[in-house]
Each structure stands twice: as structure tokens, then as C-alpha cells.
Design a protein around this ligand. Structure first.
Ligand code: SAH
Ligand code: SF4
Ligand code: F3S
Length: 457
């Protein structure tokens, strides 16, 4: 059987996908769901009765990896009773563990790394022939021809660069996601046009280090610049009709350029929100992390963003208790958060990862220090976020409606251009319902650290 006659849509039972980890994985899951539906699977309603179960896994920290094993244990048991169950592990744990995952959970039918997501149909064809399949080789990522099954009808993710060529000493991503591979601007724009035609309003361009976009593509401009950069890409895709908002993530302070800031300020659809992880507020820790920038450079980026877009929101990631981090160094991270006034910071205590340099260093910190620092950091992050939220009180904000509020069906929810989640009544003054995809103006009445509420203005 070949991949082609697999996609002829013979009924194949139900599937269930659970996704762990970052937006990259969520985007991959949506494409894999699209492939499964093209093969004749239908979306199941229950993880424990589906005919095919796929876990798209994350290994960024040990806790993320361990979660997968507990999920797998339950499915392996089910497979012993029902041998027709197809069990798939995709994503970053699959790539990291490969063969040893098959030994640990012999009930698995397919273990596939993230670079193989678009080949799911071909791999399942091999499974249907009775093989246990391992797909973790370095792979040139194919442009997928299937339509992704998207969770949202309003906001879509579009990959622009896969992989990461950085070597941050704590990070497992380069070893599980492989070398950088940029998609061509035409393919990206085509995908955005397809989404716009289906009613999508907001696109987030994705890459682990999105500022690296284009450096693996050929071409030099007459001025001697790289022909393909994120800035050029933003200009290239900006005119897609129907798309109202464009975001991108994740930015790397080492490669973040003034040209990019200027493009964001000049292009009306590009939202005033920047996710720029700083990881640590101490130069020596940054050096040990091999991040390639100083705290001062980071400050200048934020200053420049705020010069051009005074109301821009800035979010980031930070790690505490990196090997050897002293109390004074840790306090510089706290001080930087206070100084910058972040809208949001994703925080983590350092977790040693396989095949990363820092995991082998002798100066690891104790669990107690990790817990203590993380708690104090989180309290500060919440205080800072609350201060940043306060500025919205009484203001009118443009909100793109995403869905109804799962906790209160009388409300809908959406986001400001600066990415604050906002709740408000699901009907306008004339009693007509507000629908996902509507762009409305909301007067903010209540502000919380990480969300807002208001009424239609
Ligand atoms: N590409 C992005 C981050 C990708 S991973 C960047 O360069 O910033 C997402 C976040 O997980 C990181 O920003 C970091 O804060 C955190 N992280 C990565 N590896 C980690 C580790 N070993 N322990 C704790 N946190 C980690
Ligand atoms: Fe990991 Fe660094 Fe690459 Fe981000 S830039 S994915 S932290 S190696
Ligand atoms: Fe996790 Fe892989 Fe993303 S390790 S954070 S799912 S790139």
C-alpha cells in the first residue's frame, strides 16, 4: 500500500491527539489531525476509546517528559486488551528517546520526531502493514499538501522556520528539532491566503528563533543584505486580504534588529506585542548560557520598541537556578523584571536535559533553591503584570473575538492587540450575538494581572 492510496478516505475509526509543549507542537498537531482526517479518521470524543491515539510530546523540562510516560502507561494497558488500537508518540520526546522509547513501551506502533509530522500518512501505511515504525532521522521538511485541522477558526499559526541552530547550554530544542529550515515566502503567503479565505483573522508566524528566518535561504540584495529576513517576510505577507492581525514568536535578543522594530511600527497589521525571552538578568549567567547578548543590549531593544510603540506589551521567558547562579545573580533577574515592567514572564526553574552541556556541570543547585527562587519570581511576575494591566482601566481597546468564555457562556473572549485576554458580554446593545472573528471595541472595566473584563463601547 502506498501513501497515495492511503489518502483516499476509507473510513478508519476515530483518533485522539493530546498535545504537550509549545506552539510549534500545537501547529504540528493541527497538521497531523488534517492528515488523519484526509486518511478517513474522524475526531474522537474520548481518549480512552479512540482507535488511534497520538501523543505529541515535549521534553523541554523533565516534568514535561515524565507526564508523557504516565499517559502512555494507561494506553499501553488498553492496547493489551485491544490490539487494534494504534498508538503513536510524536514530537520531541519521540525524537530524544527514539529506539529506547520502543523498548520501554513495546506496545507503541509508531515513534516519530517532529521533522516527520508531514509524513504521518506514509508512516501509518507502514504500521498498517504490521510494522513497528521508528522515524527519527534528519529529514528535509516537506511542504504539506493536506489542510491542517485548526482548533481555532479565527487565529492560526503558520510555521516560517523549523529547527534551531543556537546552542544555548541548557536547551534540548536543537537536538530534537534539528537544523534551521526556512519555508519560502511564497509558501507562507499561500498558506495565509488559504486561511484568510476560510475566515481566519489573525496569524502568528512561528519559529523557535524566528529572527533566524531566511538565513538558510539563498540570495543577497544589491545593498549586500540577506535577501530573506523576518522583516522582509512581514512586508511580503502584510497585504493578505482578510487577515487583520499579524504576530510572530519567538524573538531572540541576539538577532533582533532595529529594522524589525521599524517594520512593526510601520505595518498596521503587525500587533504591538513582543515576546523576547531574556532568560537571566546577569551577564555572567547569560554567558554561561551561551545566549550571545548582554543585559544592556536587552535594555536597548526594549527602549527602542517603546520609543516607536509606547504602549507595546513585552513578554519574556526566564530561568532561575541555572547551574552556579548565585543569590546576587538571581536578584539581578528580579531587578530586571522590575525595571522593564513586563506584561508577562514565563518562568521556570532550571531542569537538566539530556545531551546539553549544562546538565553535566558540577555546580547544580538544590531542589530547595529552585523552588524558593521560582516562587519569589512568580510573585514578582504577577505583581508586575498587575501593574501593567492597570493601564487598561477605563480605556477602549480593539478586541478580536476568539470564542465564547468556556467558564461563562454569557461572555465571549478575545485579545487586545497587545495580547491581553479580555472577557465581555456575548450580546451587543440590540441583543445580537457577538461572534468569533468579530473585531469590536471594548471599554475595560476590570483589570486583573493576566486578563481584563469590560463592555462593548
Ligand atoms: N527559542 C526560545 C525558547 C524556547 S524553549 C528562546 O530562545 O528563548 C521555551 C523556554 O523554556 C525557554 O525560553 C526557557 O526559558 C525554558 N527552558 C528551556 N530549556 C530549559 C531548561 N533546561 N530548564 C528550564 N527551562 C528551560
Ligand atoms: Fe533553545 Fe536557545 Fe534555540 Fe531558544 S535559541 S530554542 S533557547 S537553543
Ligand atoms: Fe517542548 Fe519541543 Fe516545543 S521540547 S517546548 S515541544 S520544541
Amino acid at each position: 500500500m502506498t501513501a497515495t492510496n492511503l489518502s483516499t478516505n476509507v473510513p478508519r475509526g476515530s483518533y485522539w491527539i493530546t498535545t504537550f509543549g509549545c506552539q510549534m507542537n500545537k501547529a504540528d498537531s493541527e497538521r497531523m489531525a488534517g492528515i488523519l482526517e484526509a486518511m478517513g479518521y474522524r475526531a474522537g470524543t474520548d481518549e480512552h476509546s479512540a482507535d488511534l491515539v497520538l501523543y505529541n510530546t515535549c521534553t523541554i523540562r523533565d516534568s514535561a517528559e515524565q507526564k508523557v510516560y504516565s499517559y502512555l502507561g494507561r494506553q499501553a494497558q488498553r492496547k493489551r486488551i485491544n490490539p487494534n488500537l494504534t498508538l503513536v508518540v510524536a514530537g520531541c520526546v519521540a525524537q530524544q528517546e527514539g529506539e529506547s522509547l520502543l523498548r520501554r513501551v513495546p506496545e507503541l506502533d509508531l515513534v516519530m520526531g517532529p521533522q516527520h509530522a508531514n509524513r504521518l500518512d506514509t508512516l501509518l501505511a507502514q504500521v498498517e502493514q504490521g510494522q513497528q515504525v521508528l522515524a527519527t532521522g534528519e529529514q528535509h521538511i516537506l511542504e504539506d499538501i493536506t489542510t491542517a485541522r485548526r482548533d481555532s477558526q479565527v487565529c492560526g499559526w503558520v510555521n516560517v522556520i523549523y529547527g534551531c541552530n543556537e546552542r544555548c547550554t541548557y536547551c534540548v530544542v536543537p537536538s530534537v528539532r534539528g537544523q534551521e529550515q526556512s519555508r519560502l515566502p511564497e509558501a507562507i503567503k499561500l498558506e495565509m491566503q488559504g486561511l484568510a479565505a476560510r475566515g481566519f483573522k489573525e496569524i502568528t508566524l512561528l519559529g523557535q528563533n524566528i529572527d533566524a528566518y531566511g538565513r538558510d535561504l539563498p540570495g543577497i540584495t544589491p545593498e549586500g543584505r540577506r535577501a530573506h529576513t523576518l522583516t522582509d517576510l512581514l512586508h511580503h505577507v502584510h497585504d493578505v486580504a482578510g487577515i487583520e492581525r499579524i504576530r510572530f514568536a519567538t524573538s531572540h535578543p541576539r538577532y533582533f534588529t532595529e529594522r524589525l522594530i521599524d517594520a512593526c511600527a510601520d505595518l498596521p497589521k503587525v500587533c504591538e506585542h513582543f515576546h523576547v525571552p531574556f532568560q537571566s538578568g546577569d551577564d555572567d549567567v547569560l554567558k554561561a548560557m551561551a545566549r550571545g547578548y548582554t543585559v544592556d543590549r536587552y535594555r536597548r531593544i526594549v527602549e527602542r520598541i517603546r520609543e516607536r510603540m509606547p504602549d507595546a506589551s513585552i513578554s519574556a521567558d526566564a530561568i532561575v537556578a541555572f547551574p552556579g547562579e548565585s543569590d546576587a545573580q538571581y536578584r539581578r533577574t528580579l531587578a530586571l523584571i522590575e525595571e522593564i515592567g513586563f506584561d508577562l514572564v514565563n518562568t521556570a526553574a532550571y531542569s537538566p536535559r539530556p545531551n546539553t552541556p549544562a546538565a553535566d556541570w558540577p555546580n547544580q543547585l538544590s531542589e530547595a533553591v529552585k523552588v524558593e527562587r521560582l516562587q519569589e519570581l512568580n510573585a514578582l511576575v504577577e505583581r508586575t503584570a498587575q501593574q501593567r494591566s492597570n493601564r487598561y482601566a477605563g480605556r477602549c481597546e480593539q478586541i478580536l473575538v476568539e470564542s465564547s468564555n468556556p467558564k461563562n457562556s454569557n461572555q465571549v473572549m478575545g485579545r487586545t492587540r497587545t495580547n491581553r485576554l479580555t472577557f465581555f458580554p456575548a450580546q451587543n446593545a440590540h441583543g445580537s450575538p457577538i461572534k468569533p472573528g468579530d473585531l469590536v471595541t471594548v471599554q475595560i472595566e476590570e483589570v486583573r494581572a493576566f486578563s481584563l473584563s469590560g463592555k462593548l463601547a
